[in-house]
Design a protein around this ligand. Sequence first.
Ligand code: NAG
Length: 72
Amino acid sequence: MNNKVNFVILISLVLLHLGESQVVSGLNYRLVVVADESGRSKNYAAIVWEELWQKSKNLTSFTPILKNNRFF
Ligand SMILES: *[C@@H]1O[C@H](CO)[C@@H](O)[C@H](O)[C@H]1NC(C)=O
């Protein structure tokens, strides 16, 4: 049985996040991840938050996208 899963990041939209003094404090990456699971493709919406003054990114959301449901 082939359980290999291929992930393709299809679309990425980067949103600048302004802080209190209108200085960019972080970035929100909104990604559409296409997972090919044994021939059946499933789409997921992922949101990654990055604060510029930190060297880390956090995955804040990862949810399946229903067919015919527009993400953007
Ligand atoms: C990510 O989450 C951890 C734990 O909640 C937190 O300490 C860290 O500041 C977060 N990093 C960012 C970039 O938001």
